[in-house]
Design a protein around this ligand. Structure first.
Ligand code: GDD
Ligand code: MN
Length: 382
């Protein structure tokens, strides 16, 4: 058996001393690179990996979500010349976490490094990460942006830096481990650990490392190593508001011991906005008469809830075009009972002399429960 890079890559012309087979297996690593529109960075990343991993037997797996810029095509072009390069092209799917999980599980190696494809991470750290995970028989090595408090973090805007720090602080509560950078996208992990927790991992969002650590069923041996997070080389970040929402959903799930799924958390959050909208409309229309106002308020909140859930909570099953309309009608139809219960309960409570907002809230709570059951079972069913 030849090591993967031996033929095509000059870097694996490594003299293997002593027992060659043992040396080969212990110095073997897979590098997983999730990519979405990173064509302009692929070649440079491979060049850098070759330079950095010279002493190791390594392979790289790009996991590309069918980028329109031709990232996968270029990765395959490299793969023709170097069998140690592979590309997993996923069709009709998006999600950094899911891409990372699939890449890790596709590796035959005991250790897998995960690194961004935009050159923001310092690939030169990988050999040292591998050496330490082996020497200390650890589960995870995190390349931390924050371990070296004195070092500047270049690749983040002040807002993102503050957000990342806050997310880290919140996340630490959900983790059984003390780490400075559980949100890092750059880490090295034992594949069997990911295998064990894979069924419990969320495939949405960016926080796959956090999820792996939080989902482990035993305390992990985690090592952190400092590095400097650089600026993105080309293209732009795919981090957006949804990624933040994904994280909040994941955090809720982990803090509730997986009692509240990220989806339910999303649904409840959307529901909370619905409550505000509901009460706002109710307040504005009180002069029309309480029952009518409550009805209109509930209908308005239902509509905004539908749209928000469609673009956030159920965005993996998102409806577009005609389906958006029929889905809305189905949602209205299915929830009309809930609406009746909502108005009925609110009117009843109001008639008992409760203040307008207390009555409105009681009605909305009943309605929200209905909406959730209907949404999961009927409207956005798989
Ligand atoms: N396959 C796939 N699918 N890859 C994706 C997707 C996706 O949906 N979204 C992003 N990527 C790839 C990008 O192409 C890049 O290689 C890497 O994942 C990181 O994406 P960026 O868009 O560059 O993320 P970032 O720089 O804003 O965020 C980095 O820092 C975060 C912490 O602040 C990443 O390292 C995150 O993992 C990390 O949590
Ligand atoms: Mn980036």
């Amino acid at each position: 058996m030849t090591p993967p890079n031996s033929a095509a890559s000059p870097l694996t012309a490594v003299p293997l001393h002593g027992r060659p087979d043992a040396a080969r297996t212990t110095r073997r690593v897979t590098v997983v690179v999730p990519t979405y529109n990173e064509r302009r960075n692929v070649t440079a990343l491979l060049r850098k990996l070759r330079a950095a991993l010279g002493g190791l037997s390594w392979r790289v797996i790009f996991v590309d979500d069918d980028s329109r810029d031709g990232t996968a095509r270029l990765a395959r072009k490299h793969a023709v010349r170097d069998p140690a390069i592979q590309c997993l092209q996923r069709i009709g799917r998006r999600g950094l976490a899911g891409a990372v999980i699939e890449g890790v599980l596709a590796s035959p190696d005991r250790y897998v490094a995960v690194i961004d494809g935009d050159l923001q991470h310092d690939e030169r750290l990988i050999p040292a990460m591998l050496a330490r995970i082996q020497a200390e028989d650890a589960d995870v090595v995190i390349a931390s942006r924050f371990l070296d408090a004195a070092a500047p973090v270049e690749g983040l805007s002040p807002l993102r830096l503050a957000g990342s720090r806050l997310a880290t602080r919140l996340g630490r509560r959900a983790l059984k481990a003390r780490v400075t950078d559980p949100m890092s996208g750059f880490f090295l992990v034992r594949r069997d650990l990911v295998e064990a927790v894979a069924p419990r991992l969320s495939t949405e969002g960016f926080k796959v490392l956090f999820d792996i650590i939080a989902s482990a069923q035993r305390p992990l041996r985690i090592i952190e190593m400092p590095y400097r997070f650089g600026d993105r080389a080309a293209g732009q970040s795919k981090m957006d508001r949804r990624v933040v929402l994904d994280y909040l959903g994941l955090l809720t799930a982990k803090l509730s011991n997986d009692l509240i799924s990220p989806r339910l958390a999303g649904f409840l959050a959307v529901g909370a906005t619905g409550v505000f909208i509901h009460l706002g409309v109710l307040r504005a229309l009180l002069s029309v008469g309480f029952t009518q106002a409550q009805f209109i308020a509930a209908a308005t909140a239902m509509t905004t809830n539908y749209l928000l859930n469609n673009s956030l909570t159920y965005r993996d099953r998102r409806k577009q075009g005609l389906a958006l309309l029929t889905g809305y009608l189905a949602f209205c139809l299915a929830c009309s009972l809930g609406l009746a219960a909502n108005v009925g309960v609110a009117s009843l409570v109001r008639a008992h002399g409760e203040v307008w907002w207390g009555a409105g809230l009681a009605g909305a709570a009943v309605g929200a429960l209905w909406n959730y059951v209907c949404a999961s079972l009927a409207v956005w069913r798989k």
